[in-house]
Write a protein of this length. Structure first.
Length: 366
């Protein structure tokens, strides 16, 4: 297997932020409006805090095997047959997550820009670009992520300045009119927006930090930035639109940009969607990268080559996209992926941490 080069804590931050930010920036206020109402921002904030707990869980697990990545020490915890099975599941999960993101963003591009363009053409272009990037090393991916952070800052500022006019803070009141139950129900679907921090499962041993606490700090700062981004988006959309409007506008941020006028620019919404593909693409090729690494670790000595696995994933995803052509099917797929994410990034790491703790206790007892 290809040996990974170390990355810095700052590069890890960029990778995590870019992996966490996806199509949810565009659709989260709409998705949460029917659940948490105008307390959407509160659900998103609590989800971010839950993600921080998940980060600490993975950091704690990784610190027990600081010289090995997740795929390398998993067979040591679960045994070779069970470990290989879990690794295979993770590989499939990351590959399907990448496919889902491509389908969701293609659907958005089709409705807002490329109405007459064939869907498979857009999907194929995204797959080729993301597949090519996924054949790189973790260090090269971090360089790309650092470069693309420029678009994250521009997106944040553009959303803030375009949405600052015509806001009505009364749309946020009253807070918690129906108690905490709707807010807590909204925490679960919002949590999927923060998934991406699980990159640390693989990247932990390759981060060159002064201490384990520095690594945790880098992850925390990345998550805090993502929380601020999502909460700001939800607050702007909630104050800009009525609750009933949010329920029928799939991408309220794009709608705000569409009505924002700047003398030197025309159709800011189209410009935004075109360069935002850089952010979405980063999430996709990180998922493809993690999937390929999982398949490589199905055998101790390595199984195949990274670029072969990446292009195999691309081909399978392209074929699979023809079976998910209707928007209802894609949304059902997304809902299923939300449940799967909880298992893959919270439940399984928690179980493995408990197994590791039990084995450590047994060793110390003997």
């Amino acid at each position: 297997m290809k040996k990974e080069e170390n990355i810095t804590a700052r590069q890890l931050m960029s990778l995590v932020v870019m992996t966490q930010l996806g199509t949810e920036v565009l659709s989260l206020p709409h998705a949460e409006a029917g659940i948490a109402g105008h307390d959407t921002w509160l659900s998103v904030l609590l989800s971010g805090l839950a993600a921080q707990a998940g980060i600490m869980l993975i950091w704690w697990l990784g610190s027990r095997y600081s010289l090995r990545n997740f795929y390398a020490y998993l067979p040591l915890l679960a045994g070779r047959p069970a470990g290989a099975s879990v690794i295979l599941i993770y590989g499939c999960y990351y590959a399907l997550s990448g496919l889902l993101l491509i389908l969701l963003y293609t659907d958005i591009l089709k409705r807002w820009i490329f109405v007459l363009t064939l869907t498979w053409v857009i999907i194929l272009m995204l797959l080729i670009v993301c597949g090519y990037a996924a054949t790189s090393t973790l260090k090269k991916l971090s360089y790309i992520a650092q470069s693309f952070m420029f678009f994250v800052y521009i997106s944040f500022l553009l959303i803030i300045f375009s949405g600052i006019y015509g806001l009505d803070a009364r749309n946020l009141l009253p807070i918690l009119p129906n108690g905490w139950l709707p807010v807590m129900k909204g925490v679960f679907p919002a949590f999927s927006a923060y998934v991406g921090y699980d990159l640390l499962l693989y990247a932990y041993p390759f981060v060159k930090a002064q201490s384990k606490k520095k690594l945790l700090l880098a992850m925390t700062l990345a998550n805090v930035f993502t929380i601020l981004f999502y909460v700001a988006v939800c607050l702007i959309c909630t104050m800009k639109f009525g609750l009933e409007q949010l329920k029928v506008i799939p991408e309220p941020i794009v709608f705000i940009l569409k009505n924002y006028r700047v003398e030197i620019l025309q159709s800011i919404d189209i410009l935004f969607l075109i360069y935002y593909v850089c952010i979405v693409s980063t999430t996709i090729f990180v998922y493809f990268f993690l999937a390929a690494k999982a398949f490589l670790h199905l055998r101790n000595q390595g199984l195949g080559k990274q670029h072969v696995w990446v292009w195999a994933i691309v081909c399978v995803c392209f074929i699979g996209s023809f079976f998910l052509t209707k928007r209802n099917y894609i949304l059902q797929f997304a809902l299923l992926q939300d449940y799967t994410s909880i298992i893959m990034v919270v439940v399984l790491p928690a179980i493995l941490l408990m197994i590791s703790g039990i084995r450590g206790a047994v060793r110390s007892g003997t």
